[in-house]
Design a protein around this ligand. Structure first.
Ligand code: DAH
Length: 364
């Protein structure tokens, strides 16, 4: 390694030679400093105030110089120091630059690589039909209302004009919450068997006029098969105002069916019974697949039964303190899976709940 030599004489040639040797040693050492630590050592070795090579040349070259050459040697030593410092600084910024380059290189992202493909989810077909229906009614000025899935006997039955122990309750295959025997019957909890209790909750909450649509899950003690499921979805509608007639019910449902299945489907209303409507009807549409000729979805009949409906029974208004003398209304309720099965020609309701991707991907 370089160390500062004693000068043999102070002739310009000998001074030039010593200066050139020093600079070339400095250059070689700076090249050899491979990392930041080595560079720091190199820099100290040369530049340290105390005993760095550049301070040594003062002691070794300038101090012993004979009087007449002092001035010349002094100038040379200063020039040499400046040149050496410039080189060290240049080497330092070169080193910093290449460290930066290396860092940038390591951080480079190859934007031409294909990204991570995340498959987008889609709406479940049941939800799709549900949302479509909600949309149809929202456009007619209905708002969406929801109620609890665990309901009391009062809202699920009593306020809907199902008298206690009335046989109509038996048609609902109710799932009761256990351990409720100590409670009064109207307070006993059950899994709601239909979305109709939301009619009552909505009328309790709102002053007439009322136009609500109530989507949600309902539960029945049915063994699962191709057309039954212990959990399914319904959508309920309720319209209460002055002078609401059966004609309004027909027109509203006809419009909804046209929006869902196209304007060529016909609707049919047949008398039926529900405790909370009087009169009550079963509504069917002409089969949208065969146009009424008869096919598999309509079981060759040309018609498909879609929903229950009717004019709100005045007794129901009594439960929510609505004036049955001034007000009238209609209500309807339909099964969403049934609609979805029709719309997408699905022959087993269980398909909606298996979570089988081969089935679900068809709706993507
Ligand atoms: N809640 C009835 C059911 O689940 C369906 C229904 C019928 C709802 C007539 C109504 C209605 O609002 O007016 O079978």
């Amino acid at each position: 390694m370089y160390s500062v030599p004693k000068l043999e004489d102070y002739s310009p040639a000998s001074l030039d030679k010593a200066a050139a040797e020093l600079l070339s040693a400095l250059e070689a050492e700076s090249q050899a400093a491979a990392d930041a630590k080595a560079f720091e050592e190199f820099r100290n070795r040369w530049m340290a105030r105390k005993n760095g090579i550049l301070s040594q040349i003062n002691d070794m070259w300038l101090k012993p110089a004979p009087g007449p050459s002092k001035r010349d040697v002094g100038q040379r030593v200063n020039a040499l120091k400046t040149a050496a410092e410039e080189r060290i600084n240049a080497a330092q910024s070169r080193a910093a630059g290449s460290a930066n380059d290396a860092k940038l290189k390591a951080e480079t992202v190859d934007i031409s690589l294909p990204g991570i493909l995340r498959p987008l989810g889609v709406k479940h077909p049941v939800l799709r039909v549900l949302d479509e229906l909600i949309d149809v009614f929202v456009k007619m000025g209905y708002s969406v209302a929801e109620g609890p899935e665990v309901e009391t006997d009062y809202y699920n039955f009593e306020a809907l004009n199902f008298p206690p122990n009335h046989p109509a309750r038996d048609t609902q295959d109710t799932l009761f919450i256990s351990g409720q025997e100590k409670r009064a019957q109207r307070d006993r909890l059950l899994l709601r068997t239909h979305t109709s209790p939301v009619q009552i909750r909505s009328m309790e909450r709102l002053k007439p006029p009322v136009r609500v649509i109530c989507p949600g899950k309902v539960f029945r003690n049915d063994a699962p098969d191709a057309t039954h499921s212990p959990m399914f979805h319904q959508i309920e509608g309720l319209c209460v105002d002055t002078n609401i007639t059966f004609g309004d019910l027909k027109g509203t449902l006809e419009h909804a069916m046209h929006s869902l299945f196209g304007s060529s489907v016909k609707t049919s209303f047949r008398p039926s019974f529900f405790p909370f409507t009087e009169p009550s009807v079963e509504v069917s549409i002409s089969c949208p697949f065969c146009g009424g000729k008869g096919c598999r979805p309509c079981k060759q009949s040309g018609w498909i039964e879609l929903l229950g409906a009717g004019m709100v029974d005045p007794n129901v208004f009594g439960f929510v303190n609505y004036d049955a003398q001034k007000l009238s209304g209609f209500a309807f309720g339909m099964g969403v899976e049934r609609l979805a099965m029709m719309k997408y020609d699905v022959d087993d309701i269980q398909q909606f709940f298996y979570g089988d991707m081969r089935f679900l991907e068809q709706f993507a």
